[in-house]
Design a protein around this ligand. Structure first.
Ligand code: GDP
Length: 373
């Protein structure tokens, strides 16, 4: 089988070699070989010339060596995964700059979320970490072309001459730049670095925009999977939600990689009530504790997903942690969505991959007065 992008023979053994395709994806192309695309070409298709990088010392030093040339940073964040995309490594690199936080994908939130509240929420999350005024927090949708003209107008008004754009993978950085800039005018590595940076200009202006590769964080549930699965996990519709009112002892799975057990009743000895918000291709499933092993043995890929294939290679070390989530609060699961507690406290024992931290936060979506769901 050959890659229809680069023509190289497809192989499934060496992830760093040419023509690599994960085995489970390879199998999907059997029967329609002419559609096969190796991992590198798939990434090129999704990310353009700026193939994602993982944060390592090398990348860090390279970005550090160019960042001093910029006063202004456009940092693209995905509102559906704020915790996973307001990344501490990026923060470290840009915290002293003049930052515009571009809060993308607001079209995926339920219509009932008022934008002023949303902006305040973001502001409260970041105000102690970066020096940003509310006007530099821009709610946008690269896909629906919302907030984009206003953004350009503000950059012009503030007389910004050039800015560097940063963001983790899949936040919508390319979608945004493809909308607002001309085709690239130079693809250059800054002298002394191999970091690909593409210089463009915002259409109808002289503002120079320097695009950098998307950063893989290894702190999101999504990062566990290969890029083909990651693309499936990206929400395309308004974020799905489901209400739960479980008995003590019940276990709830979100995808196959994360589950939690209800440890106690909520206030007044009533069952806890909570909602789970997730992208549409991520499963929620409530079960009894004694069914957990069977589900993990026989139902990964159908009842529990992602992964979307039964024999997906998962070699994950898990750990347990106990959380108490107050009524009204949320527990964010980076890359998977969040749990929003409507009758609490919700005391749970979670089982999660090591290294992926869950974050307790003020609610992004608050119920209206008197409303539970
Ligand atoms: P990048 O990795 O940051 O360059 O992200 P891309 O521009 O490739 O976008 C990743 C995915 O998010 C793609 O499936 C896009 O269609 C989608 N996407 C980007 N911006 C938006 C947006 O504003 N709204 C929605 N709903 N999807 C978006």
């Amino acid at each position: 089988m050959k890659c229809h992008g680069c023509g190289v023979e497809i192989q499934t053994k060496d992830p760093n070699g040419l023509g690599f395709l994960p085995e489970h994806v390879y199998e999907k192309f059997i029967g329609h070989e002419d559609e096969a695309l190796c991992q590198r070409c798939f990434k090129l298709k999704h990310y353009g010339e700026l193939i994602p990088v993982s944060i390592n010392k090398n990348f860090y030093n390279q970005l550090k060596s160019v960042i001093h040339e910029f006063n202004t940073v456009l940092w693209v964040i995905d509102i559906i995964d704020f915790e996973g995309t307001f990344d501490s490594n990026i923060l470290e690199l840009v915290k002293n700059k003049d930052i515009f936080l571009l809060i993308n994908k607001v079209d995926l939130l339920p219509k009932s979320v008022p934008f002023t509240e949303l902006k305040n929420w973001v502001y409260n999350r970041v105000k102690n970490k970066i020096n940003v005024n509310k006007d530099n927090i821009r709610l946008i949708s690269a896909k629906k072309n919302f907030g984009i003209n206003r953004l350009i107008k503000i950059l012009k008004e503030k007389d910004i001459k050039k800015a560097i754009v940063v963001g983790t993978t899949n936040v919508g950085k390319s979608s945004l730049l493809n909308n607002i800039t001309n085709v690239k005018i130079t693809t250059s590595s800054f002298p002394g670095t191999t970091l690909g940076i593409v210089k463009r200009k915002i259409l109808g202006t002289d503002i120079e925009i320097y695009d950098t590769p998307g950063i893989e964080t290894n702190k999101r549930f999504t990062d566990i999977f290969d890029i083909y699965t990651q693309v499936e996990m990206i929400p395309k519709k308004t974020i799905s939600r489901k209400t739960f009112k479980p008995d003590v002892g019940k276990v709830i799975f979100v995808s196959a990689l994360f589950r939690f057990k209800i440890l106690s009743l909520a206030k007044d000895n009533l069952k806890p009530i909570f909602l789970i918000f997730s992208p549409e291709n991520i499963s929620f499933h409530q079960t009894k504790e004694e069914r957990v092993e069977d589900l993990l043995k026989s139902h990964i890929g159908d009842v529990l997903f992602p992964p979307y294939e039964k024999d997906y290679p998962l070699n994950i070390e898990y750990e347990k942690e106990i959380f108490s989530i107050g009524e009204g609060d949320e527990l964010a699961m980076p890359g998977l969505g969040w749990i929003s507690v409507r009758r609490g406290p919700l005391n749970i024992e979670v089982v999660k991959p090591k290294g992926i931290d869950l974050i307790l936060r003020e609610p992004l979506i608050t119920p209206k007065r008197g409303e539970i769901i």
